[in-house]
Ligand binder design. Structure first.
Ligand code: PLP
Length: 361
């Protein structure tokens, strides 16, 4: 049996008629930039998440860039970012000329937490960028938010992987997300958004995303061009209706995996601290077994992934001679299994059987 890590075609097949109709309507209307579909999606997503403003943009990396640009920090400003993450928040901060203060993460949640933020915090830090990794909101996000308020620094939340894990967001942070096809809410191409309750920043971000224009050809601040495509918005309007159902399916698969692997001493199953959407199902596997298990599963047709193999502070582009033991340990032990709503029951059982077989050999 061949099991892909993710299969977007199955998702399309399951809602083909609705998607085809929505896409055709865009083509017939000749509306490819902006328009009703984009407006509707921004409104619907804001309503779904329980936040005041959603600004669609080109992708999740642009969303981070727009968020940071709107804060206007001087060059060289310090920003705390976890070292165990996808690279996007780090590359954007570096690109804008900021100094990255790497923080370690919690061993169990894979996420940055207040303890690790406090360890690297100094009075000249301007912002904390948290990453809600693998589908799970940082378990102490409210404490992190309070810490940022007390210190009068800004909170940026990279929520590319965990959209829908939280409904009703009261924080005044800038949250960013991605609609990359494999995400919880994936488009059929690129897309992203900034989400915030802050009305002033919301307006500013919209302006930055549109060349810094107040109106056509009047540029009062420096901007970029980053738009959520109309076709993608039309697709997302359909897919948003299935988001809750899809998250439930992810949780069901995670529960099945959790039960099946509970008695294997060499692996640790992911902990759910109450706000997990299982965007990824990431095991911790004893270092001496991780790569062998990955290879064994590959030989048996099962695709897995390692998120992330190299800590950000050890990447040559962002190298810092610091030691972050949890991040370094996780990079050697994590292994993500296929988990997507359309993964079939017989495929789930095949994955489980192969992992049990590997450890019983
Ligand atoms: C945590 C995180 N942040 C940012 C991004 C960037 O999103 P995009 O690929 O849409 O630019 C990703 C996506 O892959 C991500 O996983």
């Amino acid at each position: 049996m061949q099991i892909p890590f993710f299969d977007i075609r199955r998702q399309y097949q399951s809602i083909k008629q609705e998607i085809d109709e929505a896409v055709l309507l865009c083509l017939e209307n000749g509306q490819f930039i902006g328009g009703e579909e984009v407006k509707k999606f921004e409104y619907k997503l804001a309503e779904y998440i329980g936040i005041k403003n959603v600004i669609g943009c080109g992708n999740g990396t642009d969303a981070l860039q727009l968020a940071l640009m709107s804060l206007d920090f001087p060059i060289g400003s310090k920003i705390i970012i976890p070292a165990f993450t996808y690279i996007a928040p780090i590359e954007v901060a570096k690109f804008l000329g900021y100094e990255i203060i790497f923080a370690d993460v919690d061993k169990q949640t894979f996420n940055i937490n207040l303890e690790h933020i406090k360890k690297v915090y100094t009075d000249d830090v301007r912002a904390v960028a948290v990453v809600h990794l693998f589908g799970q909101i940082c378990s102490d996000i409210d404490e992190i938010n309070q810490f940022c308020l007390d210190k009068n620094i800004f909170l940026i939340e990279d929520n590319a992987q965990s959209i829908s894990a939280e409904k009703i967001i009261n924080r005044n942070s800038l949250m960013t997300t991605s609609f990359f096809p494999t995400k919880n809410l994936g488009a059929f191409g690129d897309g992203g958004a900034v989400l915030t309750n802050d009305e002033i920043l919301s307006k500013k971000i919209r302006q930055i995303a549109s060349h810094g224009q107040t109106k056509k050809y009047e540029h009062t601040i420096i901007g970029i061009n980053s738009r959520l495509d109309t076709l993608q918005a039309a697709i997302l309007n359909i897919k948003l209706q299935y988001l809750d159902r899809n998250i439930e399916k992810r949780k069901e698969i995670a529960n099945l995996y959790n039960k099946a692997f509970a008695s294997i001493p060499q692996i640790e199953t992911p902990k759910d601290f109450g706000r997990h959407t299982f965007h990824q199902y990431t095991l911790k596997v004893d270092e001496e077994h991780r790569d062998n298990l990955k290879e064994y599963l590959k030989q048996n047709g099962i695709e897995t992934n390692i998120y992330y193999p190299i800590p950000a502070h050890l990447q040559s582009a962002y190298l810092q001679s610091i030691s972050l033991p949890n991040t370094e340990m996780l990079c050697k032990t994590v292994l993500s299994l296929p988990i997507f709503p359309e993964l079939k029951p017989n495929e789930q059982l095949y994955i489980i059987k192969n992992i049990l077989d590997y450890f019983q050999k």
